[in-house]
Design a protein. Structure first.
Length: 268
């Protein structure tokens, strides 16, 4: 069952990321994130009122709050990066960094990852460089600003995975509620700071709702699936190539392969 939860989480993350990036091409990325996260919070609240369960202890609330803050920053940065550049470049960069953060955090907490995991992180550095198209002699298809946003998003997503792993897994979807209670006001503040108002055009509402609801669903599945759910960029890249007709340079294709290999090494 764990593998099924992981695969479902990966698919949901990928489709959510694609939806959020498409929406961010039509409106402010923070506004898109706010709309989706607020909708997810409303659904979670209705569920908790209908199916009552005991809330988690204070320590778990602290972890979920950290995950909510990290997630808010990560999603805004990620959607903005995806709206500025190639999804086939941004998604793998964010993924390999996001997966490396829990390994490093575990090391700082006293865990000792296997040599394969460290090799995977080193391989990820090479993968990020190739996916970023550093070998191309022409202008980068994705700006360095977008790549740095992808890096920031990766650290934010890594923070989510660390916090969710440390939150209580015995209290249903309460950790998701705690996340959204922090992420919703955080992205609202970012949106108001950037544009002084939160506006989501009608043509972007569907993308925003899909992004928020699917991302939250993926986080719920992640509670049961550990970090094997990090293979999400596969579905994001596939959607970008199918519907946005994005293409990879040869060096980027090699980088994608290395990124997939590094994800497997660190997950194992």
């Amino acid at each position: 069952m764990t593998l099924l939860f992981a695969l479902a989480a990966a698919m949901f993350y990928g489709v959510a990321d694609y939806s959020g990036s498409r929406g961010s091409r039509l409106a402010n990325s923070a506004a898109i994130t706010f709309a989706g996260q607020a909708a997810a919070l409303a659904i979670i609240s209705v569920y908790l009122l209908t199916f009552r369960s005991s809330p988690p202890p204070l320590e778990s609330w602290m972890w979920t709050a950290g995950g909510g803050f990290g997630g808010a920053i990560a999603l805004v940065a990620f959607y903005q990066a995806m709206s500025k550049g190639s999804m086939t470049v941004i998604a793998p960069i964010t993924a390999v960094i996001g997966l490396s953060v829990p390994v490093i955090a575990g090391f700082l907490q006293g865990e000792r990852p296997k040599t394969l995991a460290w090799f995977g992180i080193a391989l990820a550095v090479v993968a990020v460089a190739l996916v970023g198209d550093v070998l191309d002699k022409h202008d980068l298809p994705t700006s360095m600003d977008a790549i740095w946003l992808a890096v920031a998003a990766g650290f934010g997503f890594g923070m989510i995975f660390v916090c969710m792993a440390n939150a209580s897994h015995d209290h249903g979807i309460w950790p998701l509620f705690g996340q959204r209670m922090v992420s919703v006001p955080t992205v609202a503040a970012i949106a108001l700071f950037q544009a002084r108002k939160i506006i989501v055009p009608r043509k972007a509402i569907g993308f925003a709702l899909a992004a928020g609801i699917l991302d939250t669903s993926a986080n719920g599945l992640y509670l049961f699936a550990t970090n094997t759910g990090m293979m999400y960029p596969v579905s994001t890249v596939a959607l970008a190539m199918k519907f946005d007709h994005e293409r990879l340079h040869k060096s980027q294709a090699v980088g994608m392969g290395l990124a997939a290999a590094s994800l497997v090494m660190v997950s194992v």
